[in-house]
Ligand binder design. Sequence first.
Ligand SMILES: Nc1ncnc2c1ncn2[C@@H]1O[C@H](COP(=O)(O)OP(=O)(O)O)[C@@H](O)[C@H]1O
Ligand SMILES: [Mg+2]
Length: 259
Amino acid sequence: MATPRKNDNGAILECRGLNLWYGKNHALQDINILYRENRVTALIGPSGCGKSTLIRALNRMNDIIDGCRMEGEILFHGRNILGHHVDVMDVRTRIGMIFQKPNPFPKSIFDNVAYGPRIHGQRNKKALAGIVERSLKLAALWEEVSDRLDESAMSLSGGQQQRLCIARALAVEPEVLLMDEPTSSLDPLATSKIEDLIDDLKEKYTVVIVTHNMQQAARVSDFTGFMYLGKLIEFGRTEMIFEKPTKELTERYITGRFG
Ligand SMILES: Nc1ncnc2c1ncn2[C@@H]1O[C@H](COP(=O)(O)OP(=O)(O)O)[C@@H](O)[C@H]1O
Ligand SMILES: [Mg+2]
């Protein structure tokens, strides 16, 4: 890809007139949203409104779904990543994804984190060990696992597994991290560790998080988009969305009157 530059409005990533269909289901309707660098953007809204669809579009994870069609633009550093010429693997390296349920590989802790760098051709043991340590530290997991890197990732708790998945995503040096309800399977303590981690991560990364938990969105995000039935109803600074929403639908949702 060309030298990094921001989109003309300062966003690192942006959807312009994005439409998506699953067959006849028009699941994303004319979405215009931007994601600012080193900020956390939350997507909220009731179940089935298109949050996962939108976050998956950002690193072309919908490509693998049969009958899925997109129109419009997703600009990453000013370049449309929906074009045919785009190297999708490169997009997914630079825009990493963390899923709802922690999905570590049934391999050792070390091998989970080393997985991506190895695929990218890194074979040097010392270099790999350095990447693994650095990534685990960034994911706030190093202190808990540094003396058992050879143990299976499956021996970790759910919260540790999710932080391991974050370390695995960080190991290939992404710029953007997409998280789709990353704490929905975790207990409150593990959840608060991930939320603290998200706060640290935005120093280096741009984060997009889907959550149906409005308190979580209010705690971790700088910007919030409220989605409803495939549309982005309102987008703005998180405190504005929660304290002074301009749309009635947003207000009804955040005050718990539906959803
Ligand atoms: N893989 C898929 N294939 C077909 N339709 C899908 C798929 N994923 C989601 N949808 C549909 O797209 C709409 C939005 O779903 P989704 O993005 O999962 O919403 P949310 O994450 O907000 O709960 C729903 O109507 C859902 O049924
Ligand atoms: Mg979802």
